[in-house]
Design a protein around this ligand. Structure first.
Ligand code: ACO
Length: 268
């Protein structure tokens, strides 16, 4: 087991996570990442996103399911607004230097992209507000389990920004360009029922059943053969960008790999 409060063989990581208001626990195949600044509604800074990237970089190899959750009344209120008035952990990059700016933002996006890795299934356990960068964090996960008090909002355009934490692609893939445009440019709040209708949440459950639903889902995911789970996620991720012919070929390749592995296991 590794956690951010004790017994962690990587004390530098534990210190970094504590400073960023992020908690990490891994128990065998299941890891839990908790946004832990409830007094700020889990508002996130550059430090938070870099901490998430560090978790992705150092995730134990035996982890198969990663649960993202928020402590307190909300999943996350998005970017820490104090950063716009100089109160954050550092300033924004100088927009003049394109290359440095691109690298800076890619470093923050790395906190989100690892959640799509085929080796894991990521679950966002969402409740309360999931705004801006918080909504995008939920979108970065493979499965969203939402409590019935969840309020999603893509607030960035209302603040003069764009959603740049990897959220535009999954949002469009889930709801289509037109609905995504309407949600982003009105920055309106999507309640849990509508989120379920739009496909933004795979499950909507009463608030007090959020944790048990996530635990049951995790158990079901872990019951599947690990190799089959990785290969299936890889296939499904490729599907939207592949032609039918390419996808059929990919299915064949993955299946032959599965058959080889299963037959080797049978032979013992
Ligand atoms: N950044 C910094 N502090 C925040 C943020 C935030 N994003 N959200 C909440 N807080 C702080 C509040 O200032 C307040 O601090 P205080 O106790 O010192 O007054 C505390 O968290 C509690 O917030 P309340 O507003 O009192 O809590 P409530 O539950 O009533 O409302 C809500 C929660 C709806 C999330 C509200 O705080 C809010 O609208 N926050 C701003 C959301 C936002 O615009 N985020 C930016 C999105 S864009 C992006 O992420 C790139």
């Amino acid at each position: 087991m590794a956690d951010s409060t004790g017994g962690d063989p990587r004390p530098d990581l534990a210190t970094e996570l504590d400073a960023a208001g992020v908690r990490f626990e891994a128990h065998g195949a299941v890891a839990t990442v908790t946004l832990n600044r409830p007094e700020r509604r889990n508002a996130m800074t550059f430090r938070t996103w870099r901490a998430l990237a560090r978790i992705g970089d150092s995730l134990p190899a035996d982890v198969r399911v990663v649960v993202l959750r928020g402590e307190g009344p909300s999943f996350s209120a998005g970017i820490d607004l104090s950063m716009f008035s100089g109160g954050g952990d550092e300033g924004f990059p100088d927009g003049e230097d394109q290359q440095a700016g691109d690298a800076f933002i890619a470093g923050l996006q790395a906190g989100y992209t690892w959640l799509r890795r085929p080796e894991i299934v990521s679950i966002a356990a969402v409740h309360g507000h999931a705004i801006g960068g918080g909504f995008q964090l939920a979108l970065a996960c493979d499965i969203r389990v939402a409590a019935d008090d969840t309020k999603f909002c893509m607030k960035e355009p209302a603040l003069g920004l764009v959603p740049d934490l990897t959220g535009t692609k999954p949002l469009v893939e889930i709801v289509g360009v037109n609905r995504a445009l309407e949600l982003c440019l009105t920055a309106r709040t999507v309640l849990a029922d509508e989120a379920a209708r739009l496909g933004l949440a795979e499950y909507v459950v009463p608030r007090d059943e959020l944790d048990t639903t996530v635990t049951d889902l995790t158990t079901a995911l872990l019951a599947v053969n690990p190799g089959a789970a990785v290969a299936t996620k890889r296939l499904l991720l490729e599907a939207p960008d592949n032609s039918l012919e390419e996808q059929c070929a990919a299915e064949g390749r993955e299946q032959l790999g599965r058959l080889r592995e299963l037959s080797a296991a049978l032979k013992g």
